[in-house]
Design a binder for this molecule. Structure first.
Ligand SMILES: Cc1cc2nc3c(=O)[nH]c(=O)nc-3n(C[C@H](O)[C@H](O)[C@H](O)COP(=O)(O)OP(=O)(O)OC[C@H]3O[C@@H](n4cnc5c(N)ncnc54)[C@H](O)[C@@H]3O)c2cc1C
Length: 396
């Protein structure tokens, strides 16, 4: 297929799918750590959703916003309920699924959606592996549906980043833009942000041949020559995985030694479809509308050369969005939250779900499943504490 005909990265063998450029229609772009990069708050709809959405509340506390001394008096939140039986932090698949379950269980969830509302799927225009969408679905469209479903049952969603929490006692408290929110339980679903090279050309071509998710996007590169950047186990895994689709995978690493385990290094060198290039840094991603090649720097000799490729996978790691929680909850050596039993954290009443916990699967469907588990666990815990009424979450 001619990459210039705007039908790239689709399944060439599947005539049924609309022949669109799966990465070519990004509506919103964000990334980087902890939602701190450019985002479009409120891009999924109104910045502040109508509170309650017609759902009857049980035991709702007064809804005045409590300003933090010295903090800004008003952020994205133009007023409304600041207390719920569940505070959900994050609005990717995990957070919004937790909100759907919690709202249907009358737990009056407040979702503090972050400055990247919708989460990582806002970065991709074609999700083909989420069940229920046989033709695939645009990532932002999918997250709009998640959000509408959460709002339909009365979730209050506010597009703000939480910058501080106090999990020492109930109600738990979280602050965002100077407003204090309180919840009898908390579900943390703040995800993880892929790390990027931070090249202008890489950012411009994200979703147009540049990706950070081989499992998600490898399929679009059937029969194409591509490159993977990184030197750890993830990069090796992704390079090997991508040989299922690509005709050739170039593994690029800026140093002469890899951080990856010996077994992964051996597997990579043994794979006839992978060419390994050490001492090789990407200086620029070439191409206007789509990736057409890379300008590479030999980090030893200083020589430059161009490599024609059609896809670039960045596999230099993820950064879990846990800064706000790491003084309260257990984190592992990479900064991910550590679950105790099921979705429980070390603090009773605080639950954790999605990519902020899971660095193995990192998929929308697993994150959504995790969000459902966390909401059901929260509901059962609230019941056991005498805060919530009889179970409704599992009584579908
Ligand atoms: C380019 C790309 C393409 C992908 N394609 C696919 C695909 O096709 N299929 C698939 O299954 N998976 C795909 N994934 C992976 C999938 O997007 C993730 O596994 C999934 O989004 C994780 O969901 P989550 O809810 O745990 O976290 P995220 O989606 O990361 O959402 C985290 C949320 O937390 C919020 N947040 C962060 N910090 C704070 C804070 N301090 N306060 C408040 N909120 C905060 C953010 O605003 C965001 O809303 C892709 C990922 C990328 C990067």
């Amino acid at each position: 297929m001619d990459r210039n005909d705007n039908r790239t990265m689709t399944d060439d063998s599947n005539g049924e799918r609309p022949a669109t450029n799966p990465f070519g229609s990004l509506k919103i772009d964000f990334g980087g750590a902890n939602g701190s990069s450019p985002t479009a708050p409120g891009a999924l709809g109104a910045a502040v959703s109508p509170p309650f959405g017609g759902i009857r509340l049980i035991d709702a506390e007064p809804s005045e916003a409590v300003a933090v001394p010295g903090g800004p008096t008003h952020g994205m939140d133009s007023g409304g309920r600041t207390y719920g039986k569940v505070l959900i932090i994050g609005s990717g698949p995990a957070g919004l699924t937790a909100a759907i379950y919690a709202a249907r269980a009358n737990l009056e969830p407040i979702v503090l959606a972050g400055s990247a509302p919708g989460g990582q799927l806002m970065l991709t225009s074609d999700v083909e592996n989420y069940p229920g969408f046989p033709q695939g679905i645009d990532g932002p469209d999918m997250m709009t549906r998640f959000r509408e479903q959460a709002e339909r049952f009365g979730s209050r969603i506010v597009d703000v980043d939480v910058d501080r929490v106090d999990l020492s006692e109930r109600p738990f408290r979280a602050w965002a833009r100077g407003i204090e929110y309180r919840g009898e339980s908390v579900i943390v679903a703040t995800g993880a942000s892929a790390l990027w090279l931070d090249l202008e050309s890489e950012q411009r071509l994200r979703g147009r041949g540049v990706s950070a998710c081989a499992t998600c996007d490898g399929f679009f590169f059937k029969g194409r020559e591509i490159a993977v950047v990184g030197g750890g186990d993830s990069a090796m895994e992704e390079a090997n995985y991508l040989t299922k689709y690509a005709s050739k995978v170039h593994l690029l690493h800026r140093r002469d030694a890899f951080r990856a385990s010996k077994i992964m290094i051996d597997r990579t060198y043994d794979n006839p479809k992978i060419d390994v290039h050490t001492n090789t840094a990407v200086e620029e991603v070439l191409g206007d509308a789509n990736v057409e090649g890379l300008r590479l720097l030999d980090t030893e000799s200083g020589d430059r050369r161009d490599m024609p490729i059609e896809g670039l996978f960045i596999a230099i790691g993820h950064r879990p969005n846990t800064d706000v929680f790491k003084d309260w909850l257990d984190v592992d050596e990479k900064g991910y939250l550590v679950p105790h039993r099921h979705t429980e954290s070390r603090i009773p009443g605080v639950f954790i779900s999605g990519d902020v916990v899971d660095h193995r699967y990192r998929q929308a469907v697993t994150a959504a499943g995790d969000g459902a588990r966390a909401a059901i666990d929260a509901e059962r815990w609230l019941e056991s504490e005498g805060i919530a009424e009889a179970s409704t979450a599992t009584a579908w």
